[in-house]
Ligand binder design. Structure first.
Ligand SMILES: [Zn+2]
Length: 397
């Protein structure tokens, strides 16, 4: 099975990335649908509209100085010569009367990334208030001067304060230290050009199922998209490879609940499109779900597989722990919530998550970057996860 897993990983990481709407994303969903159909799964394929982001450089000139600025992901373009205004709190933005200016955000307000407008799974009021305040101030563009957001994967410096194709004010970001050099130009004229375009395109949401002999559904999920410009070997080609290899082990499955395999297309996208479609499909059907099993960031070399539990009653937790006891590569791990297993919790269904035991190290050093490559992956650990999940299914049946 190790070779089969490696083959899937190679195919999935053949493109520079698999972000929603990209050629690599389209190839990955096509591969998934083809492979699972070959193992006797029924596939449902749904096209949806999404945005592809194309970007170039940002030019910012104040006085005689040029500043180093990056385009906000999914930003609209902009080309202006206008006055600069600065704000460091939401109250200051709310008090602004400077429509058409370039709004520089620094200090406390730029300390963390703002959740996308239409991201429903988690969206605090404080974030919505920032977006509302900026929209009613109506600047021509926003520049966020950011440091490091410890909550953010990859500890990117600077980090984009906005990553939102539904936020229609052109935006860019720069290092906090450079932002400080820009503050003296408050009230003075600046020139800003952001080369960034939203290109409407489509992507595919796939659900594969194999009907069982008894009521209920076991849903096994792994997001198939990656961050833009990241090959996403462990985030999350390894999870998708797990689903594909599992489909083979289930090719003659019939005794037990229905098995559903879901390669979520959107975990790393601002709008979670695949997740939203799947949630809509499950309206009125949540009670059918016996267990959700989500795989993300699994299979890093020199680690083991961590299994974490979310709302599992004893009749679920015990068989899962029994399967862990006979698999040396699987250990109990701490709960974490930054992936699709959180959806099961929101809808009151039990779930487990499989991830590398060094997920913290992975997130700090590799995730969402061009460094998340196939060399990080140990196919033996992924194959072990496949056998473990097959064992769990057998015990629950
Ligand atoms: Zn992920």
């Amino acid at each position: 099975m190790n070779e089969r897993v490696m083959g899937y990983l190679e195919e999935l990481t053949r493109y520079p990335d698999r972000h929603v709407g990209s050629p690599g994303n389209r190839a990955a969903t096509g591969l998934f649908a083809r492979v699972v159909a070959g193992f006797g799964f029924d596939t449902q394929r749904t096209e949806f509209d999404c945005i592809e982001w194309k970007y170039g450089a940002v030019e910012l000139r104040a006085g005689d100085e040029d500043f180093e600025v990056l385009p906000g992901p999914y930003s609209l373009p902009c080309e202006v010569r206008t006055v600069l205004t600065c704000a460091s709190t939401v109250e200051e933005i709310e008090a602004l009367e400077a429509p058409g200016s370039v709004l520089l955000l620094g200090g406390p307000i730029a300390a963390g990334q703002v959740m996308p407008k239409n991201f429903t799974f988690y969206n605090p009021d404080s974030h919505k208030r920032i977006v509302r305040a900026i929209e009613s101030a109506a600047p021509a563009a926003v520049i966020a001067a950011t440091g490091r957001d410890p909550q953010m994967v990859g500890s990117q410096y600077p980090f984009p304060m906005f990553e939102d194709g539904d936020f229609d004010i052109p935006n860019a970001y720069m290092k906090d230290v450079d932002g400080e050099l820009l503050v003296p130009f408050d009230g003075k004229e600046v020139v800003l050009r952001i080369d960034s375009t939203r290109v409407p395109t489509t992507a595919e949401h796939v659900v594969a199922s194999k009907k069982g002999s008894i009521p209920g559904r076991i849903v096994i999920t792994a997001h198939i998209d990656s961050r833009k410009d990241s090959p996403g070997a462990l985030d999350n080609a390894s999870g998708v490879a797990t689903l594909l290899a599992l489909a083979e082990l289930l090719s003659d499955y019939e005794d037990g609940p229905t098995i559903e395999l879901v390669p979520f297309n959107g975990e790393d996208n601002y709008a979670n499109p695949g997740e939203m479609l799947w949630v809509a499909e499950n309206e009125g059907r949540w009670d059918e779900i016996v267990l959700g099993i989500n795989i993300d960031d699994l299979g890093m070399r020199d680690t083991v597989n961590h299994v974490s539990f979310y709302g599992c009653p004893p009749e679920i937790e015990q068989p899962v722990r029994a399967a862990m006891a006979v698999s040396p590569e699987h250990e109990g791990g701490p709960q974490w919530f930054q992936s699709d297993h959180a959806i099961f919790g929101i809808y009151g269904r039990p779930a487990i998550a499989l991830a590398s035991s060094d997920i913290a190290g992975f997130m700090a050093n590799y995730a969402h970057s061009e460094r998340d490559t196939i060399e990080l992956a140990d196919p033996m650990l992924i194959a072990s996860a496949v056998r473990f999940i097959r064992d769990v299914i057998g015990r629950l049946a």
